[in-house]
Write a protein that binds this ligand. Structure first.
Ligand code: MRU
Length: 363
């Protein structure tokens, strides 16, 4: 599997997801500003991957700081955190990662570290966030695979794969784990207008892994379900509110409503860093409006007439009542989510499968 994002010498290097599947090009970011731009322009995307990139961007930016005293260094650090936090509003993993970096900074300052030592601590923290994300995805996969019957036709929306995380994926982690267990898995990948994460990225990842994949346009989902071609749905998430409402890629809500109508289980796979207990319900989740060019154009070709108004909300909110279960690295939460998510966040014991898995610190 290709790395989504990694350190290389003095830079943070990421595969350019705007160019896939046509070209495998890597973008090398030498400054925090370049990492911020990469997140904003979708070189790297997907909630956990955005969080990892932000942490690495902060560490990179501070590594380059010329500050000699901790006071000036602290001012630059705050500015760098603000820069990364202002890139995309919906995925809470971004803010979670920035907070982790702030805590690492505060702990280092509290310990009386020098500027160079703080730089080292920040880099260690960013690497830790990266590595823990891969571990979380593997654990999510292990839990999620238990929900997947032996022969399953799985529908997914957007890309919640290795590209959207530090590796392995959340929703695609569940699919990968089930396939690795020898289950007969076929996948229906919604194309996911307008950015085509499903058609371009999910299909690219799954085909590379040898998993049987069919791409459908978003407006085929209802018919596929009605014809009995879908056994279960699994998607990722950008933010999960305390009551279990799920913000994810625009179109997810429609898929969830259709799944309910057709009696198909609708699973959400996400790490604990996506669960935001400070947001009571989905109405409080900020929804990013992206540039209208993503809708008006495909590549350089214009689709819409000049003069038509355009909307491009990048995410929607699926009410908790449509969610069958939420799969995390700590276990599987079922309704009522207010209680089950709180229990997971508190680190309460989970079913046997979790016993051998490392538990990241509670948020
Ligand atoms: O706009 P994107 O491509 O960043 O949106 C990504 C999604 O909506 C994913 O489904 C979500 O971040 C989960 S990724 C594991």
């Amino acid at each position: 599997m290709l790395p989504t994002i990694e350190w290389k010498d003095d830079a943070v290097v990421m595969i350019d997801q705007r160019k896939l599947p046509g070209r495998e090009i890597y973008v090398s970011c030498a400054t925090a500003g370049e990492v911020a731009r990469a997140i904003k322009t979708m070189v790297i995307r997907g909630a956990p991957a955005i969080g990892v990139a932000a942490a690495m961007g902060i560490a990179l930016g501070m590594r380059r700081s010329k500050a000699t005293g901790t006071k000036q260094f602290a001012t630059e650090f705050q500015r760098t955190c603000d820069l990364l936090a202002a890139t995309r509003p919906t995925a809470v993993n971004l803010f979670w990662a920035v907070e982790r970096m702030k805590h690492a900074f505060a702990a280092a300052a509290h310990d009386g570290c020098s500027v160079d030592e703080i730089k080292q601590r920040l880099e260690t923290e960013a690497r830790g966030i990266h590595d823990a994300d891969v571990e979380s995805c593997r654990a999510i996969g292990a839990f999620g695979a238990s929900l997947v019957p032996r022969d399953s036709r799985i529908l997914t929306h957007c890309n919640a794969g290795a590209l959207a995380t530090a590796g392995y994926g959340t929703a695609l982690g569940v699919i990968r784990a089930a396939a690795e267990q020898g289950k007969q898995i076929t996948v229906l990948a919604d194309e996911t207008r307008p950015f085509l994460q499903g058609a371009r990225l999910t299909a690219w990842e799954l085909v590379k892994d040898g998993i049987d994949t069919t791409v459908i346009t978003d407006n085929m989902t209802a018919s596929m379900m009605r014809l009995g071609h879908v056994d279960l749905v699994v998607v990722g998430a950008d933010r999960i509110a305390a009551n279990g409402d799920v913000a994810n890629k625009i179109g997810t809500y429609g898929v969830a409503v259709l799944a309910r109508e057709h009696g198909i289980p609708f699973y959400v796979a996400a790490p604990m860093s996506t669960i935001d207990l400070s947001t009571p319900d989905g109405s409080h989740i900020p929804i990013e409006e992206r540039p209208i060019r993503e809708v008006t154009h495909v590549g350089t070709s214009r689709l819409t007439p000049e003069g038509a108004r355009i909307r491009n909300p990048a995410f929607d909110v699926t009410p908790a009542k449509f969610v069958t279960a939420i799969v995390t690295e700590r276990g599987i939460a079922r309704p009522p989510f207010q209680e089950s998510l709180e229990r997971l966040a508190a680190g309460s014991p989970q079913p046997a499968a979790s016993a051998s898995l490392p538990l990241p610190a509670a948020r």
